[in-house]
Design a protein around this ligand. Structure first.
Ligand SMILES: Nc1ncnc2c1ncn2[C@@H]1O[C@H](COP(=O)(O)OP(=O)(O)OP(=O)(O)O)[C@@H](O)[C@H]1O
Length: 273
């Protein structure tokens, strides 16, 4: 079963000394069976929000609900994929891909699924190899197979392709977006990469930093698999880039004005003392 994700009124402080929150009043509905990308500058809180959806972090205020249930802890129903595939180096490809099922105690019943997934992600000839014998892209494919083996409702992707070469990255982007729609898995992708967002997402959410807020969004009404060479693709990418720059410039101006105000106050205090 697939799942809607509701993010309601989330505000988060990592510690009490913070003057402004890491996340401020985040409200977002992530539609089931679609891929939603979160983009924004480094430090705007994208990974923080993803960890909250995964149940790895509880917000100071507000809540995440998946299929109507408030997320309070991690679950096998929502898996996460990171930039580094975090595989066990002493195990084979098959053993690594099976891990989620082994932990769930269902590997015996679902053995075939691991074989099918490894075939699907192009590792049919590598199943008995030690994962250290694989390239970075192949290792990420093992992590993908492992994430899908437990048949999650939700897959959370934290810059999973950023360490890969351009060719492998592009191939995996296309495959994962296809898997999202073929299997009806709700996916949330954190990325810095505007092309990746347009290549993969049904919806792109733009976040701003200091404090982390949602400041824009865009639908990507292109069919899958997406052809990056089309005029429409280029236009959407340019539009998103322009939106991103506009928001960023406004933020820089706001921060500069705050700094100037602080300087004026300090000067006034110095003159008064
Ligand atoms: N465990 C933590 N304790 C304290 N502060 C944290 C912690 N994790 C993240 N932060 C701070 O919260 C802010 C948001 O971090 P987060 O990693 O969510 O941003 P991000 O948008 O994912 O950044 P990047 O794109 O660089 O990965 C940053 O200022 C970061 O330093």
């Amino acid at each position: 079963m697939s799942s809607n994700i509701w993010i309601s009124d989330i505000t988060h402080y990592y510690n009490k000394k913070q003057t402004s929150p890491t996340l401020d009043d985040i409200n977002l509905t992530i539609p089931q069976g679609q891929l939603t990308a979160l983009i924004g500058r480094s430090g705007c809180g994208k990974s923080t929000l993803l960890q909250m959806i995964a149940g790895l972090l509880i917000p100071t205020e507000g809540a995440v609900r998946i299929s109507g249930h408030t997320v309070t802890k991690p679950s096998a129903k929502w898996n996460m994929m990171f930039q580094k595939p975090s595989l066990y180096p002493w195990m084979t490809v098959r053993e690594n891909a099976a891990l989620g099922l082994v932990f769930a105690g269902t590997y015996k019943q679902k053995k075939e699924r691991v074989e099918e997934l490894l075939d699907m992600v192009g590792l049919a000839d590598h199943k008995d190899k030690n994962v250290q014998q694989l390239s970075g892209g192949q290792q990420q494919r093992v992590a993908l197979a492992r994430s899908l083996a437990t048949e999650p409702d939700v897959l959370l992707l934290d810059e999973p392709f950023s360490a890969l070469d351009a060719f492998t990255r592009s191939a995996l982007q296309t495959e994962v977006a296809q898997i999202c729609h073929d299997y009806g898995i709700t996916m949330v992708l954190v990325t810095h990469d505007i092309e990746e967002a347009v290549a993969m997402a049904d919806n792109v959410v733009i976040m701003n930093h200091n404090p982390g807020r949602i400041v824009g969004s865009m639908e990507v009404p292109l069919a899958y698999p997406r052809d990056r060479g089309t005029e429409e693709f280029g236009e959407l990418k340019d539009y998103l880039f322009a939106e991103f720059e506009k928001i960023d410039q406004a933020k820089q101006a706001e921060l500069a004005a705050l700094e100037a105000q602080k300087d004026i106050q300090q000067t006034q205090q110095a003159l008064a003392s």
